[in-house]
Design a binder for this molecule. Structure first.
Ligand code: GLN
Length: 493
């Protein structure tokens, strides 16, 4: 019998529906994989019973002759930034240790409504702040990938490092991610999987622990483009509880998948050729251009002149919003409370926040409160907002000349754990290609393009017009067909 954990979302869905195997067998197989991979530290909480219950419901529905729901029998991993009713949710921070939400996030509820089951809650950078999963209070996630003849632990990317690891190591056929400045796309690129951040407002933020509210978007991470389309259909949709949720029907992205790009124009932004970019990434990008031309697209060079200001603007806006969102963790309402002997209210706030937040979170709160403070607000925050508008206009102008943009996802392959930890700026630079689309609220995806000389995955990014997830997915599919990327990490764990 085939190992069911080698199957992706579409294959599991179809196999359960056609009676090739039982959903329960699928859930059992993945539960065993999760339990056997604790060395990777991808899961903060394992919920095998949740996966089994959803599987049994799918099997019962099939036995009763009912039409199966879109994700019936598909177990997934849930980034621990989504509140899950009755299941501990910490955002990988000590300040939320012991917090068990009495409610379910909209995105996770949408997935359960579609029939999916939960394998567990996935590790991440604390409050989704990071690019390597090293800011988690509960230990690094270790990438399942290694360089040849080298046992050095590599970063799985961040902040959705548990999600990228779970999918690439075959512990889950798909996982949720969230992307504020690249946290779906960069970890997908580092681990050889696909991931899409939809247009801002497609997925409800309700019940997702907030980092930077004007940027945060949920999206799927999965083995291929089709699986991403299926999962995103289930996650997206209008939600009256999120004021920025888009009141639009969810398109049937899977049904409209097509790798034929005839009549489409692909823009190549010249400002993304940054100094010091490895030659291998440059040549993969050229390869991607050739693949899309082969798929029928016309290639045009475009200019996004404000690209170089995106990173500094992001690292003002995101911390500013974070400092406000994180003010609620004060020891009164959630999780940790540090109440020193004889302490007053202010002392309790200070002690709780000092003990509960990690260094990177504190750094962001300090930057955020600084740029929002009287006297500095206009110099930093207002300026950054203006830059954000200019970046959005760059994209608008470029999309007058093309349908999608093609860029590398990240300026490097996965780096070693510890390599960039001491230098926050080096870490922030990793987001150089992903942040602009986040600031403009655009849909963007990473698909695997190939391996570097060390055998590590490299990703290509496709950025689309607002609401054109279909155009992004289709260009991704055209690359997927031509890249023929089948590399998987060899199990060492
Ligand atoms: N790496 C970026 C940051 O640290 C993006 C994180 C994210 O998208 N959640 O802010």
């Amino acid at each position: 019998m085939t190992d069911l954990t080698t199957l992706g979302i579409a294959a599991i869905r179809d196999g359960v529906r056609d009676g090739q195997f039982k959903a329960r067998e699928v859930a059992e197989a993945f539960n065993a994989k999760v339990a056997g991979a604790r060395a990777l530290n991808a899961f903060l909480v394992e919920t095998p019973e949740h996966a089994l219950a959803a599987a049994d419901a799918a099997d019962a529905a099939r036995a009763a002759g009912e039409t199966l729901r879109p994700l019936a029998g598909v177990p997934i991993g849930m980034k621990d930034l989504f509140a899950t009713k009755g299941v501990a949710t910490t955002a990988a921070s000590k300040i939320l240790e012991g917090f068990v939400p009495p409610y379910e996030s909209t995105v996770s509820q949408n997935l359960w409504n579609a029939g999916a089951g939960m394998l567990g809650k996935l590790n991440l950078d604390q409050f989704a702040m990071g690019s390597s999963n090293e800011t988690s209070a509960f230990g690094n996630v270790i990438s399942p990938w290694r360089r040849p003849n080298d046992t050095a632990a590599l970063a799985p990317g961040g902040s959705s490092g548990g999600s990228s690891t779970a999918v690439s190591a075959g512990l889950a056929p798909g996982a949720t991610g969230t992307d504020t400045g690249g946290s779906i796309r960069q970890p997908a690129a580092f681990t050889g999987i696909s991931g899409i951040k939809p247009t801002y407002g497609r997925c409800s933020r309700w019940g997702t622990i907030a980092f930077a509210s004007s940027l945060d978007q949920a999206g799927p991470m999965a083995r291929d483009v089709r699986d991403c389309a299926i999962m995103l259909e289930a996650m997206a949709g209008f939600d009256a509880r999120d004021a920025t949720s888009l009141k639009l029907d969810v398109p049937n992205w899977e049904a409209a998948l097509s790798a034929d790009l005839k009549g489409k124009r692909v823009g190549v932004p010249k400002e993304y050729r940054v100094d010091g970019m490895p030659a291998e990434i440059e040549s993969l990008w050229q390869q991607g251009i050739d693949w899309l031309r082969d798929a029928g697209a016309e290639i045009v060079e475009v200019s996004l002149p404000h690209t170089k200001y995106a990173l500094p603007a992001y690292y003002i806006i995101a911390p500013a919003e974070a400092s406000s969102n994180l003010a609620r963790y004060d020891g009164v309402r959630y999780g940790l409370r540090d109440l020193p002997e004889g302490a007053g209210l202010q002392d309790m706030y200070a002690a709780t926040r000092a003990a509960g937040f990690g260094d990177e979170v504190k750094r962001r709160i300090l930057i955020g409160t600084y740029v929002l403070s009287a006297g500095f607000y206009d110099a930093y925050y207002t300026q950054a907002q203006k830059v954000r508008t200019l970046i959005a206009r760059d994209f608008e102008r470029a999309f007058g000349e093309c349908d999608v943009l093609l860029t590398p996802t990240a300026p490097s392959a996965a780096f070693a754990l510890g390599e960039k930890q001491a230098d926050p700026l080096a870490m922030y630079l990793n987001d150089v290609f992903t942040v602009p689309a986040s600031l403009a609220g655009l849909p963007a995806m990473s698909v695997p393009g190939g391996l570097d000389k060390d055998g590590l995955p490299l990703g290509l990014q496709i950025i689309g017009k607002p609401l054109d997830e279909q155009g992004v997915l289709n260009a991704g599919l055209a690359i997927e067909h031509r890249a023929g990327f089948t590399a998987r990490p060899q199990a060492w764990w």
